[in-house]
Design a protein around this ligand. Structure first.
Ligand code: ATP
Length: 259
């Protein structure tokens, strides 16, 4: 299977202490990859190195859909959307004054020629594009099970549905790679279950997804492969079954419990 994301020997230190040290991993096309690790393992730092919010001190991050590789470390975060990388940040905010549909439409504007402002001003040439975006946004809402919520205010949705809405917003940009930062954090059991089913559905559609998670149980059923960080190092990679049985992983999670 061909690869989509390649992280090679990436390091990043803060005040002389490595948050991520010499991490390499490759995500295959169509794969759901989880990156897990105990508190302070370096998960968020790795995510930020991929999303562009941090620049590595050493190493490279490359993105190569259909074998067209290019380095993305050093590119500003917004440049990723046009390349087909959609990112759902932890604690990402929805636009409170807007409906669910309008929130998703904002995501779609990332890939249009005219951009959000032109769309908002409704210049003549943009009306057709606007109608396409609206149709795409409704389709994205349908994909995440929120079609009936389209015209409700986004900020009154329960947290689980707000998370799904963020995924819909990301999907509307038609990504080839979806990055999710701790998508299950703060969700109740039923909401986690719904989110897990959503991510599984995207996998069945062939979307490549990489998610950072603290919770081993959440990713165990979803991920094709799991990468484990501990104290900034990539200590293990394998299927969820292999990871659960890995001595180094058990030691890293000692005291926290690999559930
Ligand atoms: N901006 C920063 N400045 C200083 N130190 C940082 C910064 N970001 C992360 N660190 C340190 O780097 C290490 C890794 O942190 P990081 O947040 O990446 O881990 P994590 O695996 O995401 O942890 P958690 O599960 O607790 O969110 C920690 O020791 C943290 O204190």
């Amino acid at each position: 299977m061909s690869a989509v994301l390649r992280i090679e020997s990436v390091s990043r230190a803060f005040g002389g202490v490595y948050a991520v040290r010499d991490v390499s991993l490759t995500v295959a096309e169509g794969e759901t990859r989880a990156v897990i690790g105990p508190n302070g393992a370096g998960k968020s730092t790795l995510f930020n190195l991929i999303s562009g919010h941090l620049v590595p001190d050493a190493g490279t991050v490359s993105y190569g859909p259909r074998g067209q590789w290019r380095r993305i470390d050093g590119l500003p975060p917004h440049a990723r959307a046009r390349l087909g990388i959609a990112i759902v940040f932890q604690g990402a905010r929805l636009f409170g004054g807007m409906t669910a549909l309008e929130n998703v439409m904002v995501g779609a504007h990332a890939r249009t020629r005219h951009g959000f402002l032109a769309g908002a001003l409704r210049l003549p040439g943009q009306r057709r594009e606007e109608a396409e975006i609206r149709a795409d946004a409704l389709a994205a809402l349908e994909r995440v099970g929120l079609r009936e919520w389209a015209h409700r205010a986004a900020d009154v949705l329960p947290l689980g549905q707000q998370r799904s809405l963020q995924v819909a917003r990301a999907l509307c940009a038609r990504p080839r790679l979806l990055l999710l930062d701790e998508p299950a954090s703060g969700l109740r059991a039923a909401e986690r279950e719904a989110l897990a089913q959503l991510i599984e559905g995207l996998r069945e559609e062939g979307l490549t997804t990489m998610l950072i998670e603290h919770d081993v149980a959440f990713v165990a059923r979803l991920a094709d492969r799991v990468s484990v960080l501990d104290l900034g190092a990539h200590i293990a990679e394998g299927t969820p079954e292999e990871i659960r049985a890995d001595e180094a992983v058990l030691t890293a999670y000692l005291g926290e419990g690999v559930s």
